[in-house]
Design a protein around this ligand. Structure first.
Ligand code: ATP
Ligand code: MG
Length: 600
């Protein structure tokens, strides 16, 4: 392609709308254009990158026996009502764009396709003989993200590869899951990414398997905890660890103490001259179930620890049945306004004890009259502990479970693993932290959807059974930007060769020089004929500005038809290391072919 004929508009300055490097570079280099919040136009250079990534994804998916298809983006509400996700997706999380058609039917723009694919399987898969089956697609997804940001990293319209597999058994599902792990590693490696696979939260579905693939980068929105020995890496949402060791409690007898102005743990441990590991803090949450029931949750946890809200949410979803619900709509720390709805009297905030009375709740239609009480392992283990006295300005010390307090019956692990914690697999290893960009996620779903939507098959034994399912996603557009986040320098993007929009750019320093133009044109033709995707910068302009653009758009190799022509040579500059060499004109095609093939 000739740059003079391309819609290439580069910017010298960083656009104000962009915060992170990759977003700034993609805008400056003319790859994308913002059309609205979280909505971008992929310009020709970007589209080529996206096509390359899609092709790599396709090749690796096809190699596993998965079949490509294309599912509708418009999805009838009814499917989501069957799976029980309509309200959560349109109201609670509100992440799904929904609308009503002229026949007054409710529809939505697909944020994901479990419902559609399960419907297809339900209607078409009848027998175990048709299984296992794996269908995937590469398509635009729509999500009304609360905080669209960082360009293609979190868009409201973005490209995803999503695949769904169906099985007769857990072993068969595990086999495909393993194949996907391998395929994903191949895909990210071929795309030139430096990535880490981490254990991920599987939500309340539980099940043994969910893994995310992270590109480690400061700009990432996820927190990853890992150990130096490479044996453990997990999303903080899922991570487990051993908490810091408890310091022996300085209190030996039970006593109520006046502790004014100690509503924070720091102030309290200072006032009482004890370690935060001696204190049980009691944290209040408010959960709204999809049946409309509002439940107040009181969690007792060691004071140096924090609640992992993802783990808490999973525990709460498991209890949905008790409230005639299937899932939860929201989980929040109730602020003053929320408390007004149910608090019978002012709460002793900062001084709450594990036995805070149910008489603090005015029970009404929607509001459950009893606290749901959870205790985290860390608090359960404590002896002679400090905790609130349910009275402003007072705490108790030297308390014990089974004596002054009855321990809540539900003991759970809902603490957040922290950097510096000891690893479970090896107590010598301490958890370290890094930021990650989630580019892919593989997930063993089990039969959550097939059961809800009644998608069954007839087994070898003649019995009807729900299909076992797995799902596997890659954020294709997010992946493209992650590559830039990982590979750039002060001058611009450095594309990995395999996903670069073009592999070579020929820059003509002076287009009025006939010899420069003639050699450039010849090489341009020869390289393209040899299958090397080549750009020709034939624009009228200063050589320096053209070199800057070539660096900015990040083409792996730049050929310059300049001074070296005297010796029948051209200059070849490698973008990644800025190395320059003069190569004989007649050798260019052979040399470039070898390099490009080597690296893609
Ligand atoms: P996140 O936690 O980042 O919101 P997710 O868990 O919602 O991601 P999935 O539903 O598993 O993501 O989607 C599969 C893949 O699609 C993700 O791994 C990610 O790479 C990509 N993805 C998800 N949401 C977006 C988005 N808003 N913009 C761009 N890519 C996205
Ligand atoms: Mg999301």
């Amino acid at each position: 392609m000739r740059l003079s004929k391309m819609l290439l508009v580069t910017l010298r300055e960083d656009p104000a709308e962009a915060e992170i490097k990759s977003h700034k570079l993609l805008l400056r280099a003319g790859y994308i254009r913002r059309i609205g919040s979280g909505i971008y136009a992929y310009l020709p250079l970007m589209w080529r990158v996206l096509q390359k990534i899609s092709q790599i994804v396709r090749e690796e998916m096809d190699a596993t026996g998965a079949l490509e298809c294309l599912l509708p983006q418009i999805q009838p509400a009814q499917l989501w009502q069957e799976s029980g996700r309509w309200d959560t997706y349109t109201k609670a999380e509100g992440i799904m764009f929904s609308f009503v058609d002229r026949q007054k039917r409710e529809l939505a723009l697909g944020p994901t396709h479990e419902e559609v694919i399960t419907t297809v399987a339900k209607e078409m898969v009848k027998s175990y003989r048709q299984l296992p089956l794996h269908l995937y697609q590469i398509q635009t997804k729509f999500r009304d993200e609360i905080r669209p940001r960082f360009g293609l990293m979190r868009g409201r319209e973005f490209i995803m590869k999503d695949g769904y597999s169906f099985h007769t058994s857990e072993e068969s599902l595990k086999q495909t899951y393993k194949d996907m792990d391998r395929a994903y590693r191949n895909i990210f490696t071929r795309c030139g990414l430096n990535f880490t696979a981490v254990e991920a939260d599987s939500g309340a579905i539980g099940g043994s398997g969910s893994q995310e693939f992270m590109v480690l980068a400061e700009a990432g929105e996820d927190d990853v905890l890992y150990t130096q020995d490479g044996k453990y890496a997990a999303n903080v949402e899922k991570a487990t660890s051993l908490p810091a060791q408890v310091v022996v409690s300085p209190f030996t007898s039970y006593e109520k103490k006046e502790t004014p102005n100690t509503e924070t743990i720091t102030k309290l441990s200072k006032n009482l001259q004890c370690s935060p590991t001696n204190i049980v803090k009691n944290v209040l949450y408010q959960v709204v179930y999809d049946s409309g029931t509002i439940v107040l949750v009181l969690i007792s946890i060691r004071a140096d620890q924090d609640v992992n809200e993802v783990k808490l949410q999973n525990e709460l979803v498991k209890l949905a049945d008790n409230y005639s619900a299937t899932t939860i709509l929201s989980l929040t720390v109730p602020d003053e306004k929320a408390q007004q709805k149910w608090a019978a009297k002012p709460l002793p905030l900062g001084y709450i004890a594990p036995d805070l009375g149910d008489d603090y709740i005015t029970s009404s239609g929607d509001i459950e009259g009893h606290f749901l009480r959870f205790i985290d392992n860390t608090a359960f283990e404590l002896t002679n502990f400090v905790t609130g006295a349910n009275e402003n300005g007072y705490h108790v010390v030297g308390a014990n479970w089974g004596e002054q307090f009855t321990a809540p019956t539900t003991v759970v692990d809902i603490r957040k693993a922290l950097v510096g914690d000891r690893a479970v697999h090896d107590h010598e290893q301490l958890l370290q932290t890094a930021r990650g960009i989630e580019v892919g996620h593989i997930f063993q779903l089990g039969n959550k959807y097939s059961q809800a939507m009644n998608a069954t098959y007839t087994g070898e034994d003649g019995k009807e059974k729900p299909l076992e399912m797995g799902c596997y996603g890659i954020g294709v557009s997010r992946l493209a930007q992650s590559a830039v986040e990982q590979c750039h320098d002060d001058n611009g993007i450095i594309w990995p060769v395999a996903i670069a929009p073009y592999q070579v750019i020929i820059v003509v320093p002076n287009i009025t020089n006939a010899e420069q133009m003639e050699v450039a044109e010849r090489l341009y033709q020869q390289l393209n004929e040899a299958g090397i995707e080549t750009l020709l910068d034939d624009r009228d302009g200063r050589a320096g500005a053209k070199f800057k653009d070539a660096d900015l758009i990040g083409i792996p190799y730049r050929i310059v038809t300049g001074r070296s022509l005297k010796e029948k040579k051209v200059e070849v500059v490698t973008r990644a290391d800025n190395c320059s060499e003069n190569v004989a004109i007649e050798d260019i095609v052979t040399i470039m072919s070898a390099r490009v093939k080597n690296q893609s």
